[in-house]
Design a protein around this ligand. Structure first.
Ligand SMILES: Nc1ncnc2c1ncn2[C@@H]1O[C@H](COP(=O)(O)OP(=O)(O)OP(=O)(O)O)[C@@H](O)[C@H]1O
Length: 608
């Protein structure tokens, strides 16, 4: 617990240094704002009332008192103007600046961490919490930091001033301290506990909310009874939230009542009774002293509330900054900006040597030995879950092998500059995403290509993947926006058409290695045949790796690897594997039989 507090304070300093680097002016203005806030109360409690009452008692002239009051009003009016300036101009403009710089930092980090981080729920939770309102939270942290700092100093002065006026009255100051530090903390603890217990229910509610507004789920909801199931889960989650609320409500109300009593009621009423007793019964206090003490009590209470609020808020913010810090200071295992050797542009060989890999503790690849030579064509085949896509992910260094090594031109791929290494590959994955941008941007994906050359490259790539005619039938050809997210005129493509756009990406990219992970799974047989034909023709000068379940499409590969349970079970050319009469031949024949059977059915008119 103590360690947590220290970390929390350290995190506040961390936030301060972060904001200082991004926008130093907001720090200066916020510090001055807080200083003025406490100065205002101190001035009022220790000086203003005392001066006015003493002046009245000492028979100062009315005009002298009025001048003093007028100067005070002018000072407070200037302070109010300054506050309005900070709130109305400095803060919004600084928020924007911090927002821009902080999110740039977060996005950069998020692009730099390895893929595995997104599968680690603990890390992912911290990442999303850090991203949530990070800009406003970090400025709030700075604000409460100064509230804490100046509040502490102002509280000491308030004590001294009250002690000077009446040493017994100081005892009353402990009441708001007990109220704020003890009962409010107890309530904060309850709030924390309540949020913790509600979290699984709220996560479920968020999940169902998301399902209800995301287009991806709209079809299933309309065609199945899944909505009833979701509704039941939603009701259960809402009931869960209500139960947790009920569990804590009494305790929370009780502590809140104590907080109000100690922070406001006891001090205000108590001090008044004490003052009235001394003034009227024991006659040890003048009415003027009573007035000064009463006004000091009000301002001291507000100083203490400001200070204790800042303490509580700074612990809360410290936790948020902890998420931010964990994320920003995370040491990447495979940093995207890793600077190593230049891999060049010539591929002699890629070799998997005794490679093993496990997703967390689940082994997926075992003692894998494979060699790919430059400018040749390789096919990876095998049943679902055999580990084919994982091999590609290791090759692209989304993950590193847990055993063995992968070599490019005889050197471990870990030794290369990662961005230069990745630039050697053009990949089309099964689960690649569409961006709400033009077709051309969806194909070139931010590559820096001159406009006239870009159109030519995009056109060629679209022709090779067989979607060019479709794209040219769209209102603005290759400049048509995909999806209707931002453009009502945007194009909505079929699954197969989109897959062809994904494949175009790999055609458009100028690089020595092309990788296609099931590029034809959504294509009709004729489009599939043409696509493979084009891939082989267009990638003659490339090292080509492709994964396919359709064995007819791998016949022309120079070498085929058949994988089963994360191991290479057979390898060779199509002919060699057929001659072996092993698993590959068996799979191939079964697929061919099915295909012929389908053909017979069609000619016999069964499906007519
Ligand atoms: N991110 C992941 N975390 C945990 N397990 C994973 C992850 N990705 C894949 N797996 C598991 O690894 C195994 C191999 O998956 P992989 O995607 O490499 O198979 P595949 O041969 O490409 O399959 P398919 O032909 O169905 O695409 C599967 O059992 C899968 O469940």
């Amino acid at each position: 617990m103590e360690l947590k507090k220290i970390n929390s304070l350290k995190n506040n300093f961390y936030a301060l240094s972060l904001v200082w680097k991004m926008c130093p002016r907001i720090i200066i203005f916020l510090a001055l704002s807080k200083l003025l806030y406490y100065f205002g109360w101190l001035f009022y409690s220790a000086f203003f009332m005392r001066y006015v009452i003493n002046a009245l008692q000492n028979g100062e002239t009315f005009s002298a008192i009025m001048i003093f009051i007028a100067i005070t009003v002018a000072i407070f009016a200037t302070m109010a103007l300054y506050n309005s300036f900070v709130l109305g101009y400095i803060k919004p403009t600084s928020d924007t600046e911090v927002n821009k710089k902080l999110y740039q930092m977060l996005f950069k980090k998020s692009c730099n961490v390895e893929l595995e981080c997104f599968e680690n729920s603990d890390f992912y939770d911290k990442y999303t919490l850090a991203m949530k309102n990070a800009d406003t939270r970090i400025i709030e942290t700075v604000d409460t930091f100064f509230g804490l700092f100046f509040g502490f100093i102002a509280s000491i002065f308030a004590f001294i001033f009250m002690f000077q006026v009446d040493k017994f009255s100081v005892a009353f100051i402990f009441l708001p301290i007990i109220g704020n530090f003890y009962f409010r903390r107890l309530n904060s603890h309850i709030e924390y506990q309540r949020n913790k217990e509600m979290a699984p229910h709220n996560r479920r509610i968020d999940y169902i909310n998301r399902i209800m507004y995301l287009k991806d789920y709209a079809k299933e909801i309309r065609l199945t009874n899944i909505f009833n199931l979701l509704k039941r889960q939603y009701t259960d989650a809402i009931t869960g939230v209500a139960d947790v609320t009920k569990k804590f409500v009494l305790k929370s109300a009780f502590f809140h009542w104590f907080y109000v009593m100690f922070t406001f009621t006891f001090i205000f009423e108590g001090l008044l009774i004490y003052g009235a007793y001394r003034t009227l019964v024991s006659e040890t206090m003048t009415l003027a002293q009573l007035a000064v003490i009463t006004s000091m009590m009000v301002s001291t209470t507000w100083i203490l509330i400001g200070f204790t609020d800042s303490v509580t808020a700074s612990f809360k913010n410290g936790l948020f900054i902890d998420y931010l810090r964990t994320f920003l200071e995370y040491e990447e295992k495979i940093p995207e900006d890793y600077d190593g050797a230049d891999p060049g542009n010539e591929i002699e060989s890629i070799e998997f040597r005794g490679v093993g890999f496990a997703y967390k503790d689940i082994p997926v690849l075992k003692n894998l030995n494979m060699k790919f030579e430059g400018k040749k064509t390789y096919a990876l085949v095998g049943h679902n879950g055999a580990g084919k896509s994982t091999i590609i992910k290791l090759l692209l260094r989304f993950y590193d092998p847990t055993e063995g090594e992968i070599l490019l031109n005889g050197r471990n791929i870990k030794e290369y500059n990662l961005q230069k290494y990745r630039a050697l590959f053009a990949t089309a994955f099964q689960d690649n995403r569409m961006f709400s941008m033009s077709v051309a941007d969806n194909v070139t994906l931010g590559e820096n290509i001159p406009a006239e050359e870009r159109d030519k490259i995009v056109t060629e790539a679209l022709q090779l993947s067989g979607v060019y005619e479709k794209v040219m039938s769209l209102p603005q050809g290759i400049n048509t926006t995909l999806t209707r997210e931002f453009d009502d005129e945007g194009a909505v493509l079929s699954g197969g058409e989109f897959q062809k756009i994904v494949v175009s990406r790999a055609f458009a990219r100028r690089c020595p290695i092309k990788v296609f992970d099931e590029p034809s799974s959504a294509l009709d047989p004729i489009a599939e045949y043409k696509l493979f034909d084009n891939i082989l023709k267009a990638c003659k000068e490339n090292t080509l790796l492709f994964i396919s379940h359709r064995l007819s499409s791998v016949q022309n590969a120079d070498h085929v690897f058949l994988l089963e349970n994360g191991e290479v079970r057979e390898e060779g050319t199509h002919r060699e594997l057929m001659a072996k009469h092993g698993i590959y031949a068996d799979m191939y024949e079964k697929q061919a039989e099915n295909y012929l059977a389908d053909k017979t059915k069609q000619t016999e008119g069964i499906w007519a």
